[in-house]
Design a binder for this molecule. Sequence first.
Ligand code: GLA
Length: 404
Amino acid sequence: MQYTYSTLLAALYLLQSANGLRNGIGLTPHMGWSSWNVAQCNAASAKYALDTAQKFISLGLKDLGYEYINIDDCWSLPYRDGSGKLIPDPGKWPNGIKAVADQIHNMGLKFGLYGCAGQKTCAGYPGSDGSRYVWSDVSQLVEWGVDFWKYDNCYTPCLDNPPPQTCGRPAGNSRDWYAPMRDAILSVQDRRKIHFNLCNWGRDNVWEWGNDYGHSWRMSVDNWGDWASVERIGSAAAGIAQYSGPGGFNDLDMLYLGSPRLNTNQERLHFGLWAIAKSPLVLGLDLSKISNSTLDIIRNKGIIAINQDSLGRPATTFVPPGQPGPQWGKIYPYWAGPLSDGVVIGLCAGTSAGTYSVQFKDVPGLGDGTYTWEEMYTGQRGTGTGISFWIDLHDMRVIKVKTS
Ligand code: GLA
């Protein structure tokens, strides 16, 4: 049997697809900023992107690992050009996209954009529509130098015709309409490695297959910036922790720090829980208006280091002896997860203020013995066989226990 060059190429390609998007990027959860929670459509502009990039530098966020400046929905005109290309809205991108991406790269940062697997994005702008425009759209991303592509799930195949914005009765599995974009992104990876963020809102148990399709996947509907969202998303993360690892992470959605509906305790728990659950840490606020208390939280080096630990394994809940188990939809107090040089323990006063204590021997990954620990929000340190903290309602303590 004769093997032609193209047969070999096809075989190589199939081999790559079978390995999904494990292409050396996204080995730790991505960190950055997204325009959506800032001012929805109004923030999808060159001005917001560049101002935020400046702030990443002046506030020291870049040095802490915040890297991606991601523009969400509404950056294009509401129609494609005659050859099917997406057109950046000239009112928002007076010099086009590439000029902005270049400037952001020159600052040592990365630039992301947003698209949709359906006919339209959630806000009604052109989507890639299954496989129809994927190759054309990805070639534009390469041309512009885009590093990150969030891919939404609005106006996708639906038993209701035409498909509505959010389909209640999908006509198929969303895997089918995420596959063409994954393949297109894979096919250009020699020219540009693009982080592929699946945003199907946790449908079709995306955590079970997300690893073969993208570098991160939204596991829930949106974070609306209130305590109920933090509870809904944070509590659901515990049950799917095993699916995250280097190259593919559960995305708990953008951080809503700076939301007027969260107090400082709730902001600490929001940030700390997302971090130990190994969610991407994507800020969603206007950095020119950030308060000092929020700034302190997002600049917490110890918590960022836990999120970015090379092991990439999320913390999940554990039940200490004599304690009641988790309650559905509520933030459970006791969390733990492995780190490359220790164990992280998260203590969350999700339902009531009180004293929260654990013996290290009861913590997964630890055992009998004396350990040295450090609490990342208060800076307290100690050595012993356990820990005990008074925690105010909705606040959190993040403790790193060293094993080496
Ligand atoms: C969906 C996504 C959000 C955001 C908006 C934009 O709701 O889940 O994160 O991207 O669309 O329209």
